[in-house]
Design a protein around this ligand. Structure first.
Ligand code: FAD
Ligand code: DLZ
Ligand code: SF4
Length: 508
């Protein structure tokens, strides 16, 4: 009997398990642009346009290969608001009682599908390298779930950069050679930019009309929107960007938004690129002598290490993970996260490029916006919703552990062994932001003092009970304790005054 095969917006892969297990002659593929998915957080218009264009082109591709695809466009009069309502509508239309689906990447969607008065057969998402069972087995009985050890398992499983059972080059991790500060110039032209085609232009018009109030601009849309384009972009980056990816992975520059980053997260997460295909391309470049080992290993670790580990944590921790607030932070997200004026140049630049590109790279997310929110004590739920909305690569399975866990320490230390915090010093070392900032990074107190300097000590002081015995933080507390008492009092008073201004909605 005919089944509905649900293909979600982030499941645009030819080898999706639901498609592989369906019958092309008989079953009906259901894809739908629905208001519910587009607005449960106020997604960046570029993210919505990217996904809808990629969905429409993927539906055409499936039709060309013989599938019966029933596609609901957002602008169609009879398109319901939720995925479940679409499935019920299609079930009635074709006389189906069963939905075949690949597990969704978000508890919210998984739970909603369980509510359907239809039989739902859910298959594992085998586009990931580790199964849930493998991650659970690895995690079981461990006191600390550190990514590095999990990563080694993934190297063994995939054979990537392995020589027998040993890592290529004799070391698992070449990070020692990475993390250089901002270079003078960038000799890579950045991500491949694609002209909009008819489908993309059509979608952009719809998104412009319906989501104009969402944060983010639609101007200058250049993302790849199908597998072929995403592959072209990957090849372009492997040639031009990969060789220096490792060296400048943590650098930040005001006028260089992409540096040597791959800008592949959005394509992999939507299903246009397969993570192993990306890693094999990188391994091949290294084998051919076109990329150094620190770049290739560092990049492969991001994908088969961090990406897989982060997903493992999301599914291990369950649906209430996003409600955690271990540090008891309750400040509202400041308006400058939505583009209002701030004098902090690092934050201003990170938010500006987020608004324009739906992209910021890892260190901007972690050590600028994330660092600020954590130091200031912003409610992690609001931080989580911001990150989920504004980045083109954001889906809850990957965004939430990065934000709630890695960035905000709201899970109490499952992912991070200590909070990722820094004073302005780190930002100054890794970027060219501070030179042109209204604040002075060298000033620890006083009217021009960099807010990161003040808030850093304020954070440590207010969370002393929790962190004083963390052996990775002992040094920080020793420096604080050795500081002259008057100076400590001044720092805390000025930090309090800064937080009061923030709370009152004043420009800081
Ligand atoms: P590159 O810097 O070129 O890295 C290559 C790839 O490695 C990425 O595309 C991604 O697939 C993978 N990767 C690297 N680090 C991570 C990580 N920590 N978790 C998962 N995958 C990783 N990544 C997302 O895909 N979606 C998110 O919503 C997301 N939110 C984040 C929020 C915060 C606060 C932080 C600190 C990180 C977040 N990341 C997220 C991880 C990382 O910042 C992005 O994957 C990366 O910036 C995407 O850009 P890129 O493709 O140019 O990556
Ligand atoms: C992110 C997103 C958006 C904006 N819109 C849709 C949509 O209209 N239809 C759809 O099938 N999927 C969409 N998605 C992706 C889903 O929200 C995604 O499948 C879940 O977040 C699970 O990862
Ligand atoms: Fe950011 Fe402080 Fe540097 Fe200004 S001085 S750019 S606020 S780190």
């Amino acid at each position: 009997m005919v089944k509905l095969v649900l293909v979600l917006g982030d499941q645009l892969s030819d080898d999706l398990s639901a498609l592989a297990n369906a019958n092309k002659e008989e079953d009906v593929v259901v894809m739908a642009e629905v208001m519910g998915e587009a607005s449960y957080v106020r997604h960046h218009p570029k993210k919505i346009a990217f996904l809808f264009a990629a969905m429409r082109k993927f539906a055409d591709r499936l039709r060309e290969s013989g599938w019966d695809v029933r596609y609901s466009k957002l602008e169609d009069d009879d398109t319901p608001d939720s995925l479940n309502a679409v499935l019920l509508q299609r079930a009635e239309e074709v006389g189906a009682t069963t939905v075949l689906t690949t597990e969704a990447g978000e508890w919210r969607v998984i739970e909603a599908l369980e509510e359907l008065p239809l039989e739902v057969e859910t298959l594992a998402d085998d586009r990931f390298i580790a199964t849930h069972a493998e991650f659970e087995n690895w995690a079981e009985g461990r006191k600390a779930l550190r990514m590095e050890y999990f990563y080694r398992e993934m190297r063994r499983k995939t054979g990537l950069m392995m020589e027998g059972d040993q890592p290529a080059g004799g070391k698992w991790n070449f990070d020692h050679d990475n993390r250089k500060s901002a270079p003078k110039d960038i000799d890579y032209s950045g991500p491949m930019r694609f002209q909009t085609d008819e489908t993309t232009r059509e979608v952009i018009d719809v998104v412009r009309a319906r989501f104009a109030s969402h944060f983010g601009t639609l101007d200058d849309f250049w993302f790849a929107t199908d597998q072929g384009q995403a592959r072209q972009h990957l090849a372009h980056w492997v040639k031009g960007g990969l060789p220096k990816f490792g060296d400048f992975q943590d650098a930040m520059m005001g006028d260089e938004r992409f540096l040597y980053h791959a800008i592949v997260g959005l394509y992999i997460n939507a299903g246009l690129l397969n993570p192993l295909e990306v890693c094999r391309a990188v391994e091949d470049a290294w084998k051919a002598g076109d990329a150094p080992i620190n770049a290739a290993e560092g990049f492969i670790r991001q994908i088969i290490g961090w990406r897989e580990y982060i997903r493992g944590i999301y599914f291990l921790e369950g649906p209430e993970y996003t409600s955690r607030n271990a540090l008891g932070h309750h400040l509202d997200l400041p308006a400058f996260f939505w583009g209002e004026k701030t004098w902090m140049r690092c934050v201003e630049k990170a938010v500006e490029q987020t608004r324009e590109e739906a992209y910021a790279h890892h260190i901007q997310r972690l050590m600028v916006t994330g660092n600020f929110a954590l130091l200031a004590g912003v409610d992690p739920r609001q931080v989580h919703e911001w990150y989920l909305a504004v980045y083109a690569d954001a889906y809850e399975w990957v965004e939430a552990p990065n934000v709630i866990g890695m960035s905000q320490f709201a899970d109490g230390g499952i992912i991070a062994s200590k909070p990722y915090i820094s004073s302005g010093n780190y930002i100054d070392k890794m970027s060219d932001y501070c030179k042109e900032c209204s604040y002075k990074v060298k000033d620890k107190t006083g009217p021009d003092a960099c807010p990161f300097n003040l808030l850093y000590w304020h954070f440590l002081d207010r969370h002393r009970d929790r962190f004083k015995d963390n052996h990775r933080m002992g040094n920080m507390y020793r420096v604080w304790d050795r500081m002259d008492e008057d100076k400590r009092t001044t720092v805390l008073r000025e930090a309090d005054a800064f937080l009061a201004k923030l709370n009152a909605g004043e420009t800081v």
